[in-house]
Design a binder for this molecule. Structure first.
Ligand code: DQA
Length: 150
């Protein structure tokens, strides 16, 4: 059984991009922490990042199919700025009924107004916001527990 962690645009820059907001941890470090955490839960980790909406949509479809086959529990997803406007991402999650925990490193509600709205939240099973990169492992635990409860 696997869990997928998806990352949208600019998250490849984690560690150097606005460290006062996103911290100093790199995305490679986040992947390591997630792999270790998933392992403790008996899950394999699929970890991905892209700056391209279409590629992310393909991965959403792929993960949805894996969930249908009983091979994945779903995805932890930090959609980056796509969160705030990308209707095709929202529609993809809904279309394949992908269990998603929307995750943001920063507290988007304490930041600029355009970050307060998410087009993804209505199709997410849960949302984790403002815990820094710890949010990724919290979200994996949340998705795992939700899946077990069903
Ligand atoms: C983010 C918040 C978004 O508003 C922003 O565009 C990002 C990162 C976060 O993790 O806090 O790229 O999703």
């Amino acid at each position: 059984m696997s869990v997928t962690v998806l990352n949208g645009p600019n998250l490849n820059l984690l560690g150097t991009r606005r460290p006062e907001v996103y911290g100093h941890t790199t995305l490679a470090d986040v992947a390591d922490r997630c792999r270790e955490h998933a392992g403790r839960l008996g899950l394999e980790l699929v970890f991905r990042q892209s700056n391209h909406e279409g590629r992310l949509i393909d991965w959403i479809h792929e993960t949805g199919a894996a969930v249908q086959r009983g091979e994945s529990i779903g995805a932890v997803y930090n959609p980056g700025a796509h969160t705030h406007y990308a209707y095709a991402i929202r529609d993809a999650i809904e279309a394949v009924q992908l269990p998603v925990i929307e995750t943001h490193i920063s507290n988007v509600h304490a930041r600029e107004e355009f970050r307060h709205h998410s087009v993804v939240s209505p199709v997410a099973a849960g949302v984790v916001v403002g815990f820094g990169v710890l949010g990724y492992t919290l979200a994996i635990t949340g998705l795992y527990e939700l899946t077990r409860a069903q």
